[in-house]
Design a protein around this ligand. Structure first.
Ligand SMILES: C[S@@+](CC[C@H](N)C(=O)[O-])C[C@H]1O[C@@H](n2cnc3c(N)ncnc32)[C@H](O)[C@@H]1O
Ligand code: SF4
Length: 381
C-alpha cells in the first residue's frame, strides 16, 4: 500500500437547508459551532500518529457549507493539521463555498491558510429556480462571489450545477451550461454537473409528490445530458468522471483519490474514511459526535473490513466511473490477479451488450454505458 493519504473535513452547518439536500448539515445549530470545531480538532490530534507518518496530498473541506462559519475556525482546523502533516507533499486544499457567504476577509484567511481551490455551488443561473429549490443565494450573489475569489488570487475554481430542477427546461439549461463554460477567464477550471437525486423525506420529494413542483420528462432530460456532454467537451472541458469536467491539468486530485480507491481519513460528524482495507464513517449525530470526542469514546460506525473480493469489485466500479476506465495492468499490479480470470463472463456480457469496451489495455464504459452506469455497477455488487 502506498504511503499517501487524503483528508476530508466535514462542516455540517448551513444558513438554511436546501429542499433537495440530504447531506448531514444543520441550520439553527450555530450555538454548537465552537464546540464542534473543538471536537473536530481533538479528533485530528487523536490521529497524530497516522497523519505524521503519511504523505498527505489533498485536503477537502466540505459540508454543509464551510464558508458559512467564521473563517477563524477553518484556519484553526488547518493549523491543527499543519502541526502534524508534512506540508511538502500537499498538492490541493479545497473548500466548498456557498455564493452568499463568501467575503473578501474570509478569502484572505483561506489563502493564508494554504487553501488553493474553491468549489462554489451555483446549481442554476435562474433566481426563480434557486428559490424553488430553497437556495439562499441569487445569481448576482454568485457573480459577486466569483469576482471576490478572482481578486483573492485563488485561481483554481470549480462550479457545481444540478439538473433537472423544477422550472428548468432545455433552453434554460443550455443558458446555464453556456454561461459556466464562458467563465474560463474568471478561473473556472472545473465543472461538476450532478444529476438530481430526489431523496425520500426531503422537501423537494414532498413538493414533487404533491404536485407543487415538476421536472421535465425523460426525453428532455436526455437532451440536456446530450447537450452538456458534447458542449463541455467541445469547449475544452475534459469529461474525466461521470459528473465531472475539467480543463487540462485541473482534475480534482482529491476526488480522483476516491475513484482510484486510494486511502483517506475523514474528520467530523458522518465523515467517511478508507484505511487499511477498511471503510467506516463517524456517527451521524452532531451531539453524539461532540459528546463521544469529549469523553474519549469511539466515533466510528458502519465499519466494513473488506475482503479481497469486495475490494476488487469495488475497485472495478470506482475505476469505471472515470472516463479513462480501468487499466488492466494497474488491476494486476494492485491485486496480483488477472481481472479476466475472475470476471470474464461478466465483462464479456457487458461488452456484448455495448456497455463496456476494451481499448488501449483499459476497460471503459461506452457512450451507452455512461448513460446507464447503474446496470454495470449491479453486475459487480
Ligand atoms: C454538499 S454540497 C456542498 C456545497 C454547498 N453546501 C452548496 O450547496 O453550495 C455539494 C454539491 O452536491 C450537490 N448536491 C447536493 N445534493 C444533491 C442532490 N440531491 N442531487 C444532486 N446533487 C446534489 C450540489 O451541486 C452541491 O453543490
Ligand atoms: S447549502 Fe449545500 S449542504 Fe447546505 S443544505 Fe444546501 S446543498 Fe445541502
Amino acid at each position: 500500500m502506498n504511503n499517501d493519504l487524503g483528508i476530508y473535513i466535514h462542516i455540517p452547518f448551513c444558513l438554511k437547508k436546501c429542499y433537495y439536500c440530504d447531506f448531514v448539515s444543520y441550520s439553527n445549530k450555530e450555538e454548537m459551532i465552537e464546540k464542534y470545531i473543538f471536537a473536530l480538532c481533538k479528533e485530528i490530534l487523536q490521529n497524530a500518529d497516522i497523519l505524521s507518518e503519511r504523505k498527505v496530498e489533498t485536503i477537502y473541506i466540505g459540508g454543509g457549507t464551510p464558508s458559512y462559519i467564521d473563517a477563524k475556525y477553518i484556519k484553526q482546523i488547518l493549523d491543527t493539521l499543519y502541526m502534524l502533516v508534512d506540508k511538502q507533499y500537499l498538492k490541493e486544499v479545497t473548500i466548498e463555498c456557498n455564493p452568499n457567504s463568501i467575503t473578501k476577509e474570509k478569502l484572505e484567511i483561506y489563502k493564508e491558510s494554504g487553501i488553493n481551490r474553491i468549489s462554489i455551488g451555483l446549481q442554476s443561473i435562474y433566481d426563480d429556480i434557486l428559490k424553488t429549490i430553497g437556495r439562499v443565494h441569487t445569481f448576482s450573489d454568485f457573480t459577486s462571489a466569483l469576482e471576490l475569489v478572482n481578486q483573492s488570487g485563488i485561481d483554481n475554481i470549480s462550479v457545481d450545477l444540478i439538473y433537472p430542477l423544477p422550472n428548468l427546461d432545455f433552453n434554460r439549461f443550455k443558458d446555464t451550461v453556456d454561461y459556466v463554460i464562458g467563465l474560463k477567464d474568471k478561473n473556472v477550471k472545473h465543472i461538476s454537473i450532478y444529476n438530481l437525486e430526489v431523496h425520500e423525506n426531503t422537501k423537494l420529494d414532498f413538493l414533487l409528490k404533491e404536485g407543487y413542483a415538476s421536472l421535465v420528462d425523460e426525453d428532455e432530460e436526455y437532451e440536456m445530458y446530450k447537450y452538456l456532454v458534447s458542449t463541455l467537451q467541445e469547449k475544452g472541458f475534459l469529461r474525466y468522471e461521470i459528473s465531472n469536467y475539467a480543463l487540462e491539468g485541473y482534475l480534482s486530485k482529491h476526488n480522483l483519490r476516491y475513484w482510484e480507491q486510494k486511502e483517506y481519513l475523514g474528520f467530523g460528524v458522518n465523515a467517511s474514511s478508507f484505511l487499511n482495507s477498511s471503510r467506516y464513517k463517524n456517527i451521524p449525530s452532531i451531539e453524539q459526535y461532540i459528546d463521544n470526542i469529549a469523553n474519549n469514546l469511539p466515533t466510528k460506525t458502519d465499519v466494513e473490513d473488506m475482503d479481497l473480493l469486495s475490494l476488487m469489485k469495488e475497485y472495478i466500479i470506482l475505476s469505471l466511473r472515470k472516463i479513462d476506465g480501468l487499466n488492466l495492468m494497474s488491476f494486476k499490479t494492485r491485486y496480483k490477479k488477472d481481472i479476466f480470470d475472475l470476471f470474464k463472463e461478466e465483462i464479456d456480457d457487458l461488452i456484448k451488450n455495448g456497455l463496456l469496451i476494451l481499448e488501449n489495455n483499459s476497460l471503459k464504459l461506452t457512450t451507452r454505458g455512461l448513460e446507464v452506469a447503474n446496470v454495470v455497477w449491479e453486475t459487480f455488487v
